[in-house]
Write a protein that binds this ligand. Structure first.
Ligand SMILES: [Zn+2]
Length: 375
């Protein structure tokens, strides 16, 4: 089974890439393709303004549960440019035609354009291999990267195609009272949180899919859902009491946390070089004495990076060790952020480079937990 993912122009590329990464991180029978160069815009479409009189109106009249932190930045009444489903599906169809995509392959559009029904995701009745996922508004419901629910919705659409015969069937057979199944009726948007928490498909729905989707594909979809669930629990700081994971750095210099569901910590080459340097010095390094490690950093960086020539690489390192430049601090902040977004603020503290200003910076992690494949 093939799933093609597109994004509309305003969707952040980092977010889009993260969604694709989540989906591709588990190997299996479903293949995910993406096209960053295809531009989907709404400039020539008709749109209308949808108005939400109140907060409740926006949330479909269901109050939020207490444990959900809500971004209160929206002020009601709120009015915004909104499009119709048919416009969204038309974008998928155009892509399908122009790229000769077979009729049994999915084309899913990730868009931040709100839709008339205010749904997070839907398939086209007429062509159920076309669908959209709304990428905005998630911050209102969950306290973690929207990449988690968006990736989850991709899987939900793929499964729903094989479980229901059209929208009517879907709307009449889904669980009206949420039970934490992928097919919970999430007209009440906050119900999505329960779905994400459980990352599950109930027995009835599994039966529905039987014979309509191959076992390897179904298993792959379920595997992705459970990995998303686990990654999201870490990111939301809900796993903060877990024992620390080993930090594995493989032969390609990729960073993984094998005991935290094998979450990958995605850093850029210079950040990795800096991190690896600090790993070598458990006692820490003063920011001002980074330049003493210039040669060591050249050596680490050139073993990691395949980007650019040697002179360019030296310039980057020279800039990073320069006590007057912000470069090293910026890299450390980003490393911190990547760890926090991946495993939550509490667990992250053990892994990132930290230290009071003017004091030594160091990584707390017990070095016995560090597994280096090559370095
Ligand atoms: Zn179900």
């Amino acid at each position: 089974m093939k799933v093609h993912l597109l994004k509309s122009a305003e969707v952040d590329t980092t977010l889009f890439t993260k969604v694709v990464d989540f989906l591709q991180s588990i190997p299996g029978a479903i293949q995910f393709y993406y096209d960053l160069n295809w531009v989907v815009n709404f400039e020539e479409d008709e749109y209308f303004f949808k108005r939400f009189e109140t907060k409740e109106d926006f949330e479909n009249q269901i109050l939020m549960s207490d444990h959900v932190k809500i971004c209160e930045s929206r002020i009601f009444p709120m009015e915004r440019e909104t499009t119709k489903w048919e416009n969204l599906f038309k974008k998928c169809e155009t892509y399908r035609k122009k790229n000769n995509i077979a009729n049994d392959e999915f084309v899913l559009l990730l868009t931040d354009k709100p839709n008339k029904q205010n749904w997070f995701a839907a398939l086209d009745e007429k062509m159920p291999y076309n669908g959209f996922i709304h990428t905005d508004d998630w911050d209102y419901y969950i306290k973690s990267s929207p990449a988690f629910p968006i990736a989850y919705e991709v899987i939900a659409l793929v499964l729903q195609k094989h479980m229901f015969e059209g929208l009517y069937d879907l709307r009449t057979k889904v669980h009206e009272t949420p039970i934490g199944c992928i097919n919970d009726l999430c007209l009440h948007k906050k119900d999505i949180i329960l779905k994400l928490r459980t990352g599950d498909v109930c027995e009835d729905c599994l039966e529905r899919a039987e014979g309509k989707i191959s076992m390897p594909e179904l298993h792959h979809a379920l595997h992705i859902m459970s990995s998303l669930r686990e990654k999201m629990l870490f990111a939301q700081n809900l796993k903060k009491f877990s024992p620390l994971s080993k930090l594995l750095i493989d032969h390609k210099h990729k960073f993984f946390l094998p005991d935290f569901g094998n979450i990958e910590i995605k850093l850029r080459p210079l950040e990795k070089a800096l991190y690896l340097l600090f790993l070598r010095y458990p006692e820490g390094i003063y920011h001002s004495s980074l330049s003493d490690h210039r040669i060591e950093l050249y050596e680490i960086y050139s073993s990691i990076s395949t980007m650019g020539d040697l002179t360019e690489m030296r310039v980057r390192i020279d800039d990073m060790v320069n006590a007057l430049s912000d470069s090293a601090s910026q890299k450390m902040s980003r490393i911190k952020r990547v760890f926090e977004e991946s495993i939550g603020e509490e667990l992250a503290k053990h892994y990132y480079i930290k230290g009071e200003s003017g004091q030594q910076k160091k990584i707390d992690l017990n070095r016995e937990l560090v597994v280096l494949s090559v370095v």
